[in-house]
Design a protein around this ligand. Sequence first.
Ligand code: MOS
Length: 743
Amino acid sequence: MTTYIGTATSRADGYAKVTGAAKYAGEFDATALAHASVVASTIAKGRIARIDANEALSVRGVISVLTHQNRPRMASDDSAYKDDVAPKGSPFRPLYDDQIWFSGQPVALVVAEEAEIARFAASLVRVDYNQQAHVTHLYRQRETAFALESPTDPSQNPFAPPRPRGAAEPALAAAEMRHSGEYYVPIQHHNPMELYASTVIFESGGKLKIYDKTQGVQNVQRYVCSVLGMESDDVRVLSPYVGGAFGSGLRPQYEVVLAALAARALKRSVRLVLTRRQMYGLGYRPAMIQQIELGANASGTLDAITHEAITVTSQYEDFHRQETGWSGLLYKCANARYAHKLARLDLPTSCDMRAPSAATAVYALECAMDELAVALKLDPIELRLRCYSDRDQHSDRPYSSKSLRDCYRQGAEAFGWDQRNSEPRSMRDGAELVGWGMATGIWEALQVPITVRIVLTANGHAEVSCATSDIGTGTYTIMAQVAADMLGLPIENITIQLGDSTLPQSPVEGGSWIAASVSNGIATTSKAVREELLRLAQQMPNSPLAHATPAEVMLADGKLVSKRDGSRAVSIAEAMQHGGVERINQERSTTFEHAGPHAHNTHSAIFAEVKVDEQIGVIRVTRVVSAVAAGRILNTKTASSQIMGGVVWGIGMALHEETLIDHKFGRIMNANIAEYHVPVNADVQDVKVIFVDEPDDAINPLGIKGLGEIGIVGVASAIANAVYHATGKRVRDLPITVDKLQR
Ligand code: MOS
């Protein structure tokens, strides 16, 4: 029964969000709540020589100033700071000692009766440093970057470059057509609307109830216990609503440690909300210098791909993803070689940001493919069709589904691609040059072990719970849709509980894996509920389902019904009343096969139109069509919103976003959303999202792939390719700003 799955169901949390009833981490109250404010380091590297908090402490209403010298005990072993998704290295420990790793690092925490007092007093804390020379410039660390080796056992480091195949260098040398280029993506910072915040409620016996902005309540719960040496039962982490996170909340951020430390020091509830500037002291999308070389046959098939990348991390952790592997995965090509180096800067550790690795790597690949198409005098879609691969090129497995051809076809049709004159600078609209560009997108279709509990009551209401988050993607809504269909109940009768560490197990919400995982998890637990109902129904005298097996019945319209004979039915209420059962409570875990016979990815084709003022060089993205193949779409409304959001971010990546560092001070100059440019309404015009049909009965029982991240992948390259088509000018370093078009 699919009454709700696949429909444009409105957000279950929509009303609460637009009316302000939905509470975020920094909005929960407690009696005698104290407020904290961070004092941040003004140097990028060195040691704290002295902290003078006297002036701050003399302000009326200031309760305490915590520093590394007077904070409560926290774990000294840095392995205690390893969260579920920590990279290799030694995690940052806030207020641990006198060491400064980056500008903006928290060095003291002022706690006061009011937030304004805390913030003012924080400006009065004097910190003296013994400064050391720092490096924040990627190009200056280019020579010292170290190589990540392809491991013989990929489980050792799943994010190391894949092993090469064939012999790329000889194939390149022999290729009839070659293209090589260096592409650059700068550091980009997370700017979710909701600021990072923790409200730590100090309960009797010293238990902590923590409202934190995070993508994983259980990850934060384990982390806090480990860092503060607390028992699991004494720390509960909640995050009912998240105002955007996109990867910045996969790891616990320092606000939760500081707020919990303060609550323990003062034995009272404490709230800490970071400022927008302080948010720039958390993670960021690593800058990436990449060189791509493509060797092709004159007929437009690929012979060789090499992809070399340098990305950025901190001095203390090795954050990276498998950036270079995407290029060898997407297209059919017998020879491929990858190299990835990591450069250390005096900055915080870089982190995941929507479609981490693919957003940056596929940008370069898809610009390079466009350049190759120009050199081969081939339509860019035609080149991609000639290189089309029905198999995963890394593992040489067939795909469980791959409807990328349909994305190209339907996207091109919706865009009107056949009207394109391939000659650069050939299309105009008054004083503006018009450019049309396209690109392919690819992302993973991952699934993670998850546990779901369903409590069904005799009045036909069900509560479905799981510790996953809803980071704004629509998880509440799709969970309710799936549960309503699986239990045969109206969606109004479903209540969703999530974002609470005491609920059944869930990994962080990330990687686009929760929709597929939790939906199939609900299906698994629903089956257990159905089986229990059938047992009850069969105990009834003259039960119409006396001989039915579990596979022969389904739940629909509040009844257990025989699939063979719809007249054979028992209502949920009857079965439960007869059995003397007030509630059915089932909890099941679901796991997924990963090394099966099939490979799984999501794909997209993006088409972009730009209009460029010929004299000034101002670029406008006037139209984007994104055609996506992502398995079964659970909710066309929230899914379209996800893709549209990805497209908007892709516009920002192409034209606006760039973290600017004053390398003399090692400090970010544009740490605010006035000067860190993101697309605004006027930058976003006509965006059309298409979902192509992609049935997939092999990936999981419900055929779901997930689509939180695919929306951004390829967008920046489609726009960059459109800018080339409009102007005849190739800009290979993002963002494409007016000055770069003039040089
Ligand atoms: Mo995503 S970048 O795994 O939140």
